[in-house]
Design a protein around this ligand. Structure first.
Ligand code: C2E
Ligand code: MG
Ligand code: MG
Ligand code: MG
Length: 294
């Protein structure tokens, strides 16, 4: 309080700066405690092959079950976590928890034997020296196979990779893990970087998918991404599909993989397990796995 009083005396601008910093520090500490107190939760959004109407993968998406504020979505805390470095602990926890759950589904639900699991990797994690060993350890501990894991990187990491990051991603790829570029199309157009990296999957950003049916420019961008991805031998996944019209447009341009509220919203692990167990849900994971493995 004396510090606050001193800051106050130093002038209003300094005071505001000071409280902003205090606030960041307090929120950072709260998030780090949340990891230890098991307040984080992983939800999963299925990804579909909509040409064949089947679920092909699930993406792990973190939520914070805050004791006072209720269930918080990532936009309420991921940016801060990235800024303070707390994301490294959060991301490691998410990877472990997602692999643990997915390994359990594989072991107990026949239709989930070849489940593909996608986990978001933050820029700070991609830059982490011990990343490869951490991932290897989590796979060993949970028994989830590397060949069924996809790590999603944002363009900011992929477009400016330093040598060490290229080496880390290459080591992960050599273990059998696939690398996806998330929110593709929102970064700089330095596409040449894609040639240097072991990328298997491009995910077209939702902002292009949203306009695909009405805006010829959004359509042209999505189509260019699909062509580029396929020319590179990659799988192309459309994000944020909400309408049948968008789905038709995507099929028209040769894209048949996607995620969106039209198919499935992100949901709890229990709900996903029920979906996998439901005999009425056509789930031919194995076929997609074979295609991906080619
Ligand atoms: P993302 O990886 O691009 O994930 C997709 C986001 O789009 C999810 O939001 C999902 O709920 C939302 N979405 C999916 N389909 C639709 C749709 O049809 N319409 C609309 N309007 N939205 C749709 P969510 O769960 O809020 O996550 C937001 C972002 O937070 C993620 O974007 C990802 O960048 C980040 N994030 C989530 N979990 C993690 C994590 O464990 N680690 C890191 N580093 N980032 C994470
Ligand atoms: Mg993602
Ligand atoms: Mg995405
Ligand atoms: Mg996105």
């Amino acid at each position: 309080d004396t510090a606050m009083y001193a800051a106050k005396r130093a002038g209003r601008g300094r005071y505001q700066l000071f409280t902003a910093e205090l606030d960041t520090r307090a929120r950072d500490a709260e998030l780090r405690r949340a990891v230890e107190n098991n307040e984080l939760v992983v939800h999963f959004q299925p990804a579909a092959d909509f040409a064949e109407d089947r679920v092909v993968a699930v993406e792990a998406l973190v939520r914070w079950n805050h004791p006072q504020r209720g269930l918080l979505m990532p936009d309420a805390f991921i940016d801060l976590a990235e800024e303070t470095g707390a994301i490294v602990g959060v991301g490691e926890w998410v990877l472990r928890e997602a692999c643990r759950q997915a390994a359990e589904w594989r072991a107990t639900i026949p239709a989930a034997a070849d489940i593909l699991l996608s986990v978001n990797l933050s820029p700070q994690q991609a830059a982490q020296t011990g990343l490869v060993e951490i991932v290897r350890g989590i796979l060993a501990d949970t028994g989830f196979p590397a060949k069924r894991l996809i790590l999603e990187l944002t363009e900011s990491v992929v477009l400016q990779p330093d040598e060490a990051t290229v080496a880390r991603l290459t080591a992960l790829r050599e273990m059998g893990i696939r690398i996806a570029v998330d929110d593709f199309g929102t970064g700089y157009a330095a596409l040449s970087y894609l040639r240097r990296l072991p990328v298997s999957i491009l995910k077209i950003d939702r902002s292009f998918v949203t306009g695909i049916d009405e805006d010829p420019k959004a359509y042209a961008i999505a189509e260019a991404v699909v062509r580029l991805g396929h020319a590179f031998g990659m799988h192309v996944v459309a994000e944020g599909i909400e309408t049948i019209a968008q789905t038709r447009r995507l099929l028209e341009m040769g894209c048949y993989l996607g995620q969106g509220f039209l198919f499935h919203r992100p949901q709890s692990g229990e709900a996903i397990a029920a979906l996998l167990r439901d005999a009425g849900t056509p789930l031919r994971w194995a076929a997609f796995g074979r295609e991906l493995a080619r």
